[in-house]
Design a protein around this ligand. Structure first.
Ligand SMILES: NC(=O)c1c(N)nc(OC2CCCC2)nc1O[C@@H]1CCC[C@@H]1O
Length: 330
């Protein structure tokens, strides 16, 4: 095969494998048999081995790469990754809603209501459509650079579907370990006499902070994208539009997100998930309300720590540990 034929075939295989990765890992709706998928990957690996100059960082064969590192580098987020004020009951929610409506001079308000994933917040930076950096939230201003570890998460695209759009975009999401993967990991650790992880969030954090990406790759982590931090190329009118755009670019965006325009609808939705959350294959510790219109977010602004246009509604923690009351003194 001539070099330019090899280059063309390699690019064709990359597109095809990316398409199937998106169907399988993001849409959970594969259209190819595993054996056929593996054959595509084997052909690409063979081509890249025969023509090493063809290897590009965003090739699907480069997901688990690099030697273990000595330590982590810290990075500054272009825009701070804020935290969320909490609401624990209907009164707290009413306070939040009143403050929002007062701040907006009683204009109509739409709330985007998202599940609150109990994992590790990360930011992903894409330049000219390619993933160049991934970092933990850290203290909101400075995080740890964990790009090789995030590249092992198969639902994170290594390049955007329309690379032309923004030159730079930094997206935010929550990396988590599904309940099933958490249970299997702790079984293996128990068999190996290793200390167990207390919950999926700790397991996800421990898996992301591995110096060896090969270990991260084995941990079956996944991610839900929930926002855009910084971008130099596109402007959205609403948070819900930004979420739709993330989905179009190939990111994994949660299907349970809803938009409501009254607090009553929001409260009914929160009551539904109070029990329904235990059926989910991943842990949530509440839901997040966000004012949808970005111009209204701007007007409400943020405190040093968290936005005035969003709040986390928290459920009481699952009673996993045994408490004193549960121990009946016989
Ligand atoms: N954990 C989540 O599911 C979640 C979410 N669905 N949406 C946001 O929106 C950001 C944007 C403005 C302030 C918080 N943040 C989330 O989690 C973050 C991680 C660290 C602080 C928040 O809990």
């Amino acid at each position: 095969m001539k070099p330019e034929e090899a280059r063309a075939r390699a690019e064709e295989l990359r597109r095809e494998i990316e398409y199937h990765d998106h169907r399988y890992y993001v849409l959970d709706d594969p259209v190819i048999e595993d054996a056929e998928y593996d054959r595509l990957v084997r052909e690409l690996v063979a081509l890249e081995t025969a023509y090493p100059e063809l290897v590009t960082p965003d090739s699907p064969t480069q997901r688990v790469g690099g030697r273990p590192r000595e330590g982590f580098v810290t990075v500054q987020h272009r825009a701070p990754m804020l935290s969320l004020a909490n609401a624990f009951n209907a009164a707290d929610l009413a306070d939040f809603d009143r403050r929002v409506r007062t701040g907006l001079a009683d204009e109509d308000v739409d709330y985007v209501v998202e599940l609150k994933f109990d994992g590790v917040a990360v930011s992903l930076t894409y330049e000219h459509g390619r993933l160049v950096r991934g970092a933990t939230r850290g203290d909101g201003v400075t995080g740890e650079e964990i790009t090789p570890n995030l590249r092992t998460i198969r639902s994170i695209p290594l390049r955007l579907r329309q690379p032309g759009a923004p030159n730079v975009i930094e997206v935010r999401g929550e990396v988590y370990m599904p309940k099933e993967a958490f249970a299997r990991l702790n079984e293996r650790r128990e068999d190996a006499g290793l200390p167990l992880f207390a919950n999926p969030r700790n397991a996800a954090a421990g898996s992301l902070r591995q110096l060896d990406p090969g270990i991260t790759a084995e941990r079956k982590l996944d991610i839900w994208l929930y926002g855009i931090g910084y971008t130099d190329g596109i402007v959205f009118g609403r948070h819900s539009e930004a979420l739709a755009w993330l989905g179009e670019q190939g990111f994994r965006v949660n299907p349970h997100t809803r938009i409501f325009s009254t607090l009553e609808e929001v409260e009914r939705h929160l009551e539904h998930w109070r029990e329904a959350r235990f059926e989910l294959p991943y842990v949530i510790d509440g839901l997040v309300l966000k004012v949808d219109r970005l111009d209204q977010q701007e007007r409400l602004g943020t405190t040093l720590k968290s936005p005035r246009w969003a709040v986390a509604y928290k459920y009481p923690p699952e009673q996993a540990e045994t408490t004193v009351e549960d121990i009946i003194i016989r």
